[in-house]
Design a protein around this ligand. Structure first.
Ligand code: OFO
Length: 170
């Protein structure tokens, strides 16, 4: 059984993950409007991954006989200055989410809740990947600079991204 404090914090994380999905969908819409459908694809996949993250918390709260409470999702931006600005924002966002996951781990340890701590370790590892994959695109965009051809090639590459099995809730 989850403590009240832990349950509130875990529900907040469902909201944070859904907010992440919302941000990445907004970024997908931006790229699609800019005719960069490969970048848009990358963001759509990312949004689906975030929904998968939210559902992991949803299922875990239920398994621990807690109660899922869904709060309103904060509004997200619609415009960015450039593809680089989008990915810089995504990278910064993932750093923030890593901080939230670490706070949850600290709370689980404080509460001596070893099951929740164990559940959260998947997210600790996942966040390393989340930050690295956003940062990798930031670095590529910096290399590309103002080159339209470079952007075209990168767009084709990001268009290859597919949803991983674990993000589909496996
Ligand atoms: Fe859920 O990892 Fe990104 O936000």
């Amino acid at each position: 059984m989850l403590s009240d404090k832990m349950q509130v914090a875990m529900n907040k994380q469902i909201n944070a993950e859904l907010h992440s999905a919302y941000i990445y969908l907004a970024m997908a819409a931006y790229f699609e409007a800019e005719n960069l459908s490969g970048f848009g694809n990358w963001m759509r996949i990312q949004a689906q991954e975030e929904l998968g993250h939210a559902m992991r918390f949803f299922d875990f709260i239920n398994e621990r006989l807690g109660r899922v409470i869904l709060e309103p999702i904060e509004a997200v931006p619609a415009e960015w200055d450039s593809p680089l600005a989008v990915f810089e924002a995504a990278y910064k966002h993932e750093q923030k989410i890593s901080g939230l996951i670490h706070d949850l781990v600290n709370l689980a340890l404080e509460e001596k809740d070893h099951s929740t701590n164990s559940f959260l370790q998947w997210f600790v590892d996942e966040q390393v990947e989340e930050e690295a994959s956003a940062d990798a695109v930031v670095q590529q965009l910096r290399l590309v600079g103002d080159s339209g051809y470079g952007l075209f090639v990168l767009d084709r590459e990001l268009g290859q991204r597919q949803l991983g099995a674990e993000a589909e809730g496996e």
